[in-house]
Write a protein of this length. Structure first.
Length: 225
């Protein structure tokens, strides 16, 4: 039984939300090339069905993105796993900034792996819902903020790693400036239909960009709602 299920009965799930459904999802992620056992173990335990509307709960462990309201989605599990895997490759970062809290699922995955997560969400309703989920699951190493995510969280910078969960036209220099030396940023970049997942490392001589995959994300918007 996962640590979440021990403290929260509804985290155990039934039928299509049961541990068996989670195990099948992990098997698919392995087949699709996810290798980091730390990431897979967290996603095996974390109850994704608690991060979406109850009407969609039976689809929680399908490898697909699902709507969460406000024109936003909870990312496909493979994308969550891949983004997390490339962010934590090697030594785990201690302090991570997430831009775009959304449902809170990606943030919960990160918080189960690293010491501290700072997450910024521009849509107040989504953030309030995510905070309730964090409290229910006992995730106490998350700090959250209602703000324009493109601005990052300069008062808490620098960060060992930054993850952006919506696609901008290009990388935000404001976020790059908040990376610690030798830090890593993972973000989707580009217009709809031509987005690429990038990993950027801060090193001697500037930024080192690596294209990881073609992806499809909601746009990274400014302001608050």
């Amino acid at each position: 039984m996962s640590r979440f299920a021990r403290q929260l009965p509804e985290a155990r799930g039934l039928g299509m939300t049961s541990q068996r459904a989670r195990d099948r999802l992990i098997e698919r992620l392995l087949e699709e090339g996810i290798k980091d056992r730390r990431v897979l173990d967290v996603m095996r335990q974390l109850p994704r069905h608690l991060f979406i509307d109850e009407a969609l709960a039976t689809r929680a462990y399908e490898d697909t993105a699902l709507p969460i309201g406000q024109g936003q989605t909870i990312s496909q599990p493979y994308v969550v796993a891949r983004m997390t895997e490339v962010l934590v490759e090697g030594n785990l970062p201690k302090r991570v900034l997430e831009v775009g809290t959304g449902s809170g699922y990606q943030c919960a995955v990160l918080a189960s792996l690293v010491e501290q997560v700072y997450t910024v969400e521009r849509i107040d309703e989504l953030l309030r819902n995510a905070r309730r989920r964090f409290r229910k699951l006992g995730l106490t190493n998350i700090r959250s903020r209602h703000d324009d995510g493109r601005l990052g969280w300069p008062d808490e910078a620098p960060f060992d790693a930054i993850m952006v969960t919506a696609a901008g036209a290009d990388l935000e220099n404001t976020l790059l400036d908040q990376l610690a030396p030798n830090g890593v940023l993972v973000a989707p970049v580009g217009p709809p239909g031509r987005q690429q997942l990038l990993r950027v490392r801060a090193g001697e001589g500037g930024w080192h960009r690596e294209i990881l995959a073609a992806v499809s994300f909601v746009p990274l918007l400014g302001g608050v709602a």
